[in-house]
Structure formats: C-alpha cells, structure tokens
Design a protein around this ligand. Structure first.
Ligand code: NAD
Length: 254
C-alpha cells in the first residue's frame, strides 16, 4: 500500500512570499495544514493569514519586507532562520501586474514588474540554494508562473516577459541543482479569483470572454492551488525537476 506520509510536510519549514492575500495566503494555509511551520513574507500585515492558521493551531510567522529590492534578502533569510531554524521549502509567489498598451509602458513600470516577478525570484532561489548545497540536505523551490508563461496575453508585456522567464529559470535552476537534491518546479495558475484579476473580473466583456474559455466553467480559487503546492513541496515529488504544473481548470488544454 502507498505510504501517504510522503505527502506530509510535518516538521518542515516553508517560506512563502506574498503571504498576506490571494494564492500566497492559500499556500500558507495549505502548508500549515500539511504540518509545516510557515514563514510568510509580505509588504503588508499577514494578520488575516495568521488568523486562518491559528484557527487550527498551525504554526506561522510573518516577515515584513518590500520585495522590489534584493537588498532585503539577507534579513529575510536571517529572520526566517531565527523563527523556525532551517528553511526547507521556498515558494516564490509574490508578483505584480500592470496593465497598459505596450506603446505606453514606462521604464519605471517595466522595472517594477521585472524586479519583483523575475529578479527577486532568482536571487531568493540563489540565497536558499546556496545554503542547501552547503549543508547537503536538499530543498524544494516552487515558483509561481502563469498562463502568460505560455501565451502573450493582452496589454501586459512586462508581466508576460517576467512569467515566461519564471518557467525558463525554473528549468535552468533545476538543471544545476537537481544533483544536490534540490527540486525546482513551478505552478502555473490559470485565471484565479484574487486581487491580481480584480480589474479583469470587473470588466464584463473580458470576464465573459475568459470564463467561456475555461473548460471547468469557473474562475479558480486559492484553495485550488493547495494540492499542487503541497505535492511539489513533499517527498512525493522527489524525482520531479524543472516542471511547471498548470492549475488552470483546463485553460491550456483548450
Ligand atoms: P495578489 O495581488 O492577491 O497577490 C500578490 C502578492 O504579492 C500579495 O501578497 C502582494 O503583497 C505581494 N507583493 C507584490 N509586490 C510585492 C512587493 N514589492 N513586496 C512584497 N510583496 C509583494 O495576486 P495573486 O493572484 O494571489 O498572485 C500571486 C501570484 O500568482 C503572483 O505571482 C501572480 O502573478 C500569480 N498568478 C496569479 C494568477 C491569478 O489569476 N490570480 C494567475 C497566474 C499567476
């Protein structure tokens, strides 16, 4: 019989960025339910996430940090270590989107999106992998990609560039680190009900276009990402490297 303990995160510590809301909050709650100690990193208070986790006596600490500048990384690594000791799982979830015609994109907006969605992802991966390679105990990285890692999207050129880079980076780092027992994988959410899609969902026509193209017939929720996030962080995914799993209600199959 299969040992379902391979899906357990008991005794592990997970660090999740963008933990105060949306998919990041959903992943924090899922990890805590799976037995992990969770460190949530966010610009704003994670009180709501903390409350959801304390409701079942889960274990959660927050680190406040603005992830638009990589100079915050040493403090994040240090505070996480102080909270629960060794971090075993890193989820790069924080991300921003700016919608505008390509001809109107400013350098400032371009850099803002690339800094959080791409540059920070690489340097956080590097910061933890460096430790994991040194102590030879391995680790798990899950990068949050997007449907726009595969498609061009409409009026979001910087976001599409950054999320396409996330898939490439996930493969590149998996190649380098798989031999160190570090699994680098991704999750590509479809169209989910979070702040990220608030503008799309309140635009009647775009909302209708999107919904009619989702085979599952509904927008996704943070809870829909829980299973994939736990699986990729668990021993069950030990031989999975460099793969990005779509959680998209069938969008890519269409
Ligand atoms: P969201 O806007 O609700 O959450 C984004 C999170 O990123 C928030 O916690 C926010 O505080 C954090 N963040 C952004 N900039 C930050 C900064 N400078 N410093 C610290 N934290 C920062 O949206 P979401 O849908 O939950 O997004 C989570 C991830 O999922 C993002 O990477 C997003 O691109 C991706 N994604 C979302 C969807 C969707 O349909 N909602 C689809 C595909 C991918």
């Amino acid at each position: 019989m299969t040992d379902l303990n391979m899906f357990s995160l008991e005794g592990r510590t997970a660090l999740v960025t963008g933990a105060n809301t949306g998919l990041g909050q959903g992943i924090c709650v899922a990890y805590a339910k799976a037995g992990a100690n969770v460190v949530g990193v966010a610009r704003r208070s994670c009180q709501e996430t903390a409350d959801k986790i304390s409701a079942f006596q889960g274990s959660f600490r927050e680190i406040l940090a603005d992830l638009s500048d990589i100079s915050v990384i040493p403090r994040i690594v240090e505070e996480a270590q102080k909270a629960f000791g060794r971090v075993d799982i890193l989820v790069n979830n924080a991300g921003i989107i700016k919608r505008c015609d390509a001809v109107d994109v400013t350098e400032e907006d371009w850099d803002a999106v690339i800094d959080v969605n791409e540059k920070m992802v690489f340097f956080l991966c590097r910061a933890f992998a460096e430790k994991w390679i040194a102590d030879q105990k391995g680790g798990k990285i899950i990068n949050i990609a997007s449907m726009l890692s595969y498609q061009g999207g409409i009026r979001v050129p910087a976001y599409t560039s950054s999320k396409s880079a996330v898939i490439g980076l996930t493969r590149a780092l998996a190649n380098e680190w798989a031999g160190h027992n570090i699994n680098v994988n991704g999750i590509a959410p479809g169209y989910m009900e979070t702040n990220n899609t608030q503008n799309l969902r309140s635009d009647g026509q775009r909302s209708e276009e999107i919904l009619s193209r989702i085979p599952a017939g509904r927008w996704g929720t943070p809870e829909d990402v829980a299973g994939a996030a736990i699986f990729l962080a668990s021993d069950a995914a030990a031989y999975i490297h460099g793969f990005t799993l779509a959680v998209d209600g069938g969008w890519l199959a269409r």
